[in-house]
Ligand binder design. Sequence first.
Ligand code: GTP
Ligand code: MG
Length: 429
Amino acid sequence: MTASLSTIFASATAPGRAGVGIVRLSGPRAGAILAALAGPLPPPRRAVLKAITYKDALLDRALVLWFPAPASFTGEDVAEFHVHGGRAVRETLFGALLELSCKPAEPGEFSRRAVENGVLDLTQAEAIADLVDAETDAQRLAALRQYDGALADIYEGWRTRLTRALARAEAAIDFSDDGVGDTEFAAARGQALEIYDEIAWHLDDGGRGEMLREGLRLAIIGPPNAGKSSLINALARRDIAIVADTPGTTRDVIELRLDLGGYPVHVADTAGLRETLDAVEAEGVRRALAQARDSNLVLLLLDGSDENATVPEGVAPHLIAWNKADLNWSSPRDGLHLSLKNGAGLDALIAALTRLVAEKLDSKSPALSRPRHRAALMEALQSLEHPSDEAELLAEDLRLALRAIGRITGRVDVEEVLDSVFRDFCIGK
Ligand SMILES: Nc1nc2c(ncn2[C@@H]2O[C@H](COP(=O)(O)OP(=O)(O)OP(=O)(O)O)[C@@H](O)[C@H]2O)c(=O)[nH]1
Ligand SMILES: [Mg+2]
């Protein structure tokens, strides 16, 4: 791969006021620029306090670090300035760096260089982005696992075995006239089928990894006045939805991001389900049903004091809870009981929901985390599904599968894949 010629810089910390702001440089001139601003280079990987000066004017006093290639995040020469985290300091330093012909980094350019220099594979670079974006503990752990190479190991393992199978298929072509060819061909074909099964198993994960990244969708549905909006308020611990004793109060879908036992969940409060002549309310009911359909989990909330309460037609809830336990109920109710008025049973409901969410998101083996991986694996699967009876065609199938899987880790078609992946990164990462 080609070494980058330019030296790039970016703030590695969020903009705004802070005790410290880190500005990072990467590229062939990082050392020279560090020396120009802070004097003789400090020993590698040691923080040293320096006066940062440019054109004889003091810019700040800051810790600086020097990471000579290849032992750096990008694999290139890297320098870091740990300056005071204020706007004027940052702007002045950026101005000096620009005059020294340093280029502002594009989004994700540091990680991209790390991939181009072989320090990280693409799934690890994606894991860094996920780790920065992680909002809950389960997301953090999944990202760390991926950063440690859990997915890369799986995909590279398939690639190694497919490469070996391809070599055998090619041997079968070369030695088609003697018995060796048959043996090699059978081995190659057997490998293709074996890997097909493994990929199919990996894909059949109910979308856990992707759901964990994006957040699981939970819809609260039920008849009007059951207490759905009271419930989302209790979960949010603040008043995000209007609660009123008029049935049909909620019309729009109201969404809340929640950390449920370490799992990211998007909870939606919806309009009460009933037949209605009011056009606006009818639209609310339509949206409520659509929300339920598009959700990963559906909680049906019913009013236990309402004698006529039943499961509405056409919905299949994952959990049923009966609200208003503080009132008199004329008939016994199966399932969870709670009162949003006095809080009784709320903890039990949250625990039950957390268990359901965990069932959907937990996975013992590392789960693929992005639609990009899924698409590439589906493509590989297609090539391996019906391995040909002819050595030449089998070799071509194997090549296609190899290329598809190589795209996940970034081992082939690199430029094209890199563009699409790093577009979504933030600058300075
Ligand atoms: N007694 C009692 N009243 C409750 C309880 N929970 C909610 N309520 C009341 O029931 C009424 C309806 O509550 P909401 O939370 O607005 O019900 P909703 O299901 O969102 O209703 P819609 O938006 O109309 O579908 C309000 O007057 C609440 O104060 C409860 O546990 N006990
Ligand atoms: Mg409501």
